[in-house]
Design a protein around this ligand. Structure first.
Ligand code: PLP
Length: 430
């Protein structure tokens, strides 16, 4: 008789897990993770799994980084929380300064919130209110790409374009503008986007995009040139470019920001995930001085927005230490070395007949299995095989991808790449 971990049984009675069918909740056994260290997740039997997903793309410098743990403990001993209504504290103010210093030029103001979704909500509300106060109240629409993903709260879902994330909630969502050409090659899609912006500029509050990689849609990558032209296009329409760097920021693409590949600055930038090294839920929305100044004045012009945990000292202390580690350990350089290793490793998978559309950028690489698709089964077959071999490889349907910590050691990365190869051999043989 198979003995099921009591914690799994308990979870089946009380937990409602994210992005999990209830059939799977009752029938599949989740891993019971007890400990995390570096790129490794350790289950309650002591078995180690390489976290190829970096815990939903957030653990950018590995789990339980000793310096982040120390920063957290020191801050907890002093002041775990203090709401920033008429009060300020050093961790949040210094973090804002340090963030502005590494941000794309022109982003001078920092607004804190709790996660990627709320960072995006903040950006949307900022843009719409700015235009009201700038005498352009008709600018209320957002332009977004089909296949975009910006989070799971209602506004963030509204500006998303992945059908599975939207389908059930249509009644709650506001209208957005999509370029008419959504299928096909990226240059055509962007051409269609540029036309749309030029035509509809008078009603557009902003253009929201994931720079260079559409993550949740299945790691869909496009060129920095297209992002550069989009910047020019937004500038000539005098509307805002809102860069959702929640996934691609903090070195995921090999540079601090994906926007850096195109040498452009957005008007608003959202960051989360790697922002706290994936350790605490905290995020930031950065805005230009122009936008900030659009709110100058009294109560009739203030930004009517702010969460309880705005600037949370624990999150802020950890986020500051993340920036210190990035600088002192040259994490971006490590990312660039690992990027090259991953790119070369993934190229080798081209010999497997099931593998299609191999791509990589920075410490992120992906391919499709079989016909692909979010409801596909091969990705999950890969997941099971990898799990047996000690790799946690959560797929997006039949999109198999890796997004490990940027500073993953060469031998761990080689283990990951070899394991993928072995899994592919087994799937092809079956
Ligand atoms: C993950 C993600 C979000 C949402 O972040 P949460 O912290 O899950 O709310 C938003 N945008 C992008 C591009 C993301 O990858």
């Amino acid at each position: 008789m198979v003995i099921i971990d009591p914690l799994i049984e308990l979870s089946r009675r009380v937990l409602w897990p994210p992005y999990t069918t209830l059939d799977d909740q009752q029938q599949r056994e989740p891993l019971v993770i007890r400990e995390a260290e570096g790129v490794w997740l350790i289950d309650n039997a002591g078995k180690r799994y390489l976290d190829a997903n970096a815990s939903w793309w957030s653990s950018s410098i590995g789990h339980r980084h000793p310096r982040l743990v120390s920063a957290l403990k020191a801050q907890a001993d002093c002041m775990p929380h203090c709401a920033m209504a008429g009060l300020i504290h050093e961790p949040a103010v210094k973090l804002a300064e340090e963030l502005v210093r590494v941000a794309p030029k022109g982003l001078t103001r920092v607004f804190f919130s709790d996660d990627g979704s709320t960072a995006v909500e903040t950006a949307l509300k900022m843009a719409v209110q700015y235009w009201q106060q700038a005498g352009r109240p008709e600018r209320t629409k957002f332009v977004t790409l089909s296949q975009a993903y910006h989070g799971d709260t209602t506004g963030a879902v509204s500006v998303g374009g992945v059908p599975v994330f939207r389908a059930r909630y249509g009644a709650l969502l506001f209208d957005v503008l999509y370029p008419p050409v959504s299928q096909g090659a990226w240059p055509e899609v962007f051409e269609s986007l540029f036309k749309l912006i030029a035509q509809e500029k008078d009603q557009i509050a902003g253009v929201v995009i994931e720079p260079l990689i559409q993550g949740a849609a299945g790691m869909r990558m496009y060129s920095p040139e297209l992002l550069g032209t989009l910047r020019e296009c937004c500038t000539s329409a005098d509307t805002f470019l809102i860069a959702d760097e929640v996934f691609v920021g903090y070195g995921r693409t090999g540079k601090m920001w994906a926007c850096d590949h195109a040498g452009v600055s957005p008007d608003i930038l959202c960051t989360a995930k790697g922002f706290t090294g994936g350790m605490l839920p905290m995020s930031a929305t950065l805005a230009s001085e122009r936008i900030y100044e659009g709110f100058s004045g009294g109560v009739d012009r203030m930004f009517v927005h702010g969460h309880t945990f705005y600037g949370n000292p624990l999150g802020a202390a950890v986020a500051r230490e993340v920036l210190n580690i990035y600088r002192e350990d040259n994490v971006l350089m490590q990312a660039q070395h690992n990027a090259e290793r991953i790119r070369a490793g993934f190229q080798r998978y081209a010999s497997h007949s099931l593998v299609r559309n191999i791509r990589s950028l920075g410490v992120c690489a992906a391919f499709e299995l079989g016909e692909g698709g979010y409801a596909g089964k091969l990705g999950w077959q890969m997941f099971e095989l990898a799990r047996e071999r000690g790799v946690y490889l959560r797929p997006l349907g039949d999109t198999v991808y890796v997004t490990p910590a940027l500073n993953i050691a060469a031998q761990d990365l080689d283990f990951l790449l070899t394991t993928l190869h072995d899994c592919l051999c087994e799937i092809s043989a079956s």
